[in-house]
Design a binder for this molecule. Structure first.
Ligand SMILES: CC(C)(COP(=O)(O)OP(=O)(O)OC[C@H]1O[C@@H](n2cnc3c(N)ncnc32)[C@H](O)[C@@H]1OP(=O)(O)O)[C@@H](O)C(=O)NCCC(=O)NCCS
Length: 155
């Protein structure tokens, strides 16, 4: 099935690995997705990375989704926008594209974890229709808890 993405959004390829790694490292103080994990996600069927490119080809942002067999719940594993392109709707467009991909794969819910002190990400996902439904204690490397958010994709 071909998903009609917003211009600039497409599936990531191995050529995107250096930019994915650079933006991820610059965007998170801890709990970064490793280059090795990105490489793994780019080659396995249960993961999908979408990227948003500027006209000059620069990678503006990405979202990584994980799918599991025998469950209709997909998971946002990481999302980040290059600092130079924040506040321009890049992440919101990536979330919309990811939701379409999840639906196309038969998933009816999308979930993710967010740090309670990550105001920007909470605002993004609340604006996109996600709601807190629980938490994990001592989830992150530094011992911080995680908020669990979910959105039903069929409304
Ligand atoms: C969170 C992040 C992905 C947002 O990316 P972005 O491309 O700047 O977000 P968008 O421009 O698409 O914003 C969409 C909406 O999200 C909310 N939002 C995004 N950033 C915000 C901020 N810093 N403060 C408040 N609201 C924010 C707003 O509602 C915004 O809509 P608006 O511009 O119409 O008000 C980006 O700040 C980032 O990469 N942060 C570091 C990595 C990270 O924390 N990832 C999330 C892990 S769970």
């Amino acid at each position: 099935m071909t998903i009609p993405y917003r211009a600039g959004i497409c599936r990531a390829s191995m050529a995107d690995l250096p930019a994915l790694d650079r933006i991820e490292q610059a965007s998170f103080d801890g709990d970064c997705v490793s280059r090795r994990s990105f490489r793994h996600f780019l080659t396995r069927g249960q993961a999908l990375i979408l990227v948003d490119r500027a006209h000059d080809g620069a990678l503006r942002g990405y979202i990584a989704l994980l799918f599991r067999a025998r469950t209709s719940v997909a998971r946002v594993y990481t999302i980040a926008t290059d600092a130079a392109y924040r506040g321009m709707g890049v992440a919101a467009a990536l979330v919309t594209a990811a939701e379409a991909e999840a639906l196309a794969r038969g998933c009816t819910r999308l979930r993710l974890e967010i740090r309670p002190d990550n105001q920007a990400s909470q605002a993004l996902f609340h604006a996109c229709g996600y709601r807190v439904f629980g938490s994990y204690a001592d989830y992150y490397e530094d011992g911080a808890d995680a908020l669990r958010l979910e959105k039903p994709l069929l409304t």
